[in-house]
Design a protein around this ligand. Structure first.
Ligand code: SF4
Length: 277
């Protein structure tokens, strides 16, 4: 009895230990991601005229798939004038680490001019509009201005070095064709009128192939095994009569149209129609 209780206690402790371990790892993973795996926004040196602003964005695109296509710079300057400057630019969407060098117009100059007050701040808002995802980066306005003036990177080079993953195809599409190969050349007439329902639609499909010559038969009969499908009667009702149980040859059936009898025999799914020429 004591041994059983001890075993149950050990199992319970092991279970609790496992749950606690998983929980701790989960928390650590979240904290690690929050602290070290946040998207990284960097200001680069613009090659545009005075209104140019270059930047790069790095983020874990496999963990956070999104196409960023818009940037917004907002200056909050509560104790000076202007109190707020807001500039937004859109660009061709990027689904992994990228850089852009954009012309922000004259408002950028106004924003940088107003960065001198120590209580002012600049917020950079990167948006993936179709994915409803936004990342914010806050800077002291003075630090933001200093970073713009001291920037060295080059957006074009940055993109070359971080070869854009999104330009690569995600899936290979095998080449296939659904067009049938042409039929081999033959002077035989196509026997496609076996099903009377479609015979009219295909009439003349044999093209210029010579028509088969008709012939007479001396005898036609049905062997055991008929499944009463009616195909033969539909093709040549003057010869074949399908009853509830089998198929019969009509008394006095004409024997001069061997082609039609042959067609009925070929249409028979169980091949029980026999004839002799
Ligand atoms: S086609 Fe063949 S199986 Fe169908 S009814 Fe005629 S003999 Fe019978």
């Amino acid at each position: 009895m004591n041994t059983t209780f001890i075993a149950m206690g050990v199992a319970l402790l092991a279970g609790i230990g496992l749950v606690v371990t998983v929980g701790v790892f989960s928390l650590l993973s979240g904290a690690f991601h929050f602290l070290f795996a946040r998207p990284k926004f960097t200001i680069l040196k613009s090659k545009q005229e005075s209104n140019g602003f270059a930047f790069s964005l790095k983020w874990n695109s496999s963990r956070e798939p999104a196409k960023f296509d818009s940037i917004r710079l907002r200056l909050f300057n509560p104790f000076s004038n202007p109190t707020q400057v807001d500039v937004t630019r859109t660009f061709d969407a990027a689904s992994s680490t990228f850089a852009r060098d954009l012309d922000f117009g004259k408002n950028l100059g106004e924003l940088l001019e107003a960065c001198n007050h120590e209580s002012a701040s600049v917020e950079v808002e990167m948006s993936a509009s179709k994915d409803a995802l936004v990342h914010h980066f806050m800077f002291k306005a003075e630090a933001f201005k200093a970073m713009v003036e001291a920037a060295t990177g080059d957006a074009e080079k940055f993109n070359e070095e971080h070869s854009l993953n999104y330009a690569k195809p995600l899936y290979q599409i095998p080449k296939r064709t659904f067009i049938a190969e042409p039929l081999p050349a033959s002077n035989k007439a196509l026997k496609i009128s076996s099903n009377p329902e479609f015979a009219g639609a295909f009439a003349g499909a044999a093209g210029d192939a010579p028509a088969a010559e008709n012939f007479s038969i001396s005898k036609v009969w049905i062997e055991p095994g008929c499944i009463v499908c009616d195909a033969c009667e539909a093709i040549y009702p003057e010869v074949f009569e399908v009853t509830d149980e089998t198929c019969l040859i009509r008394p006095g059936a004409p024997l001069d149209n061997g082609l039609l009898v042959e067609e009925a025999a070929e249409a028979c799914p169980v091949e029980v129609i026999k004839f002799t020429k």
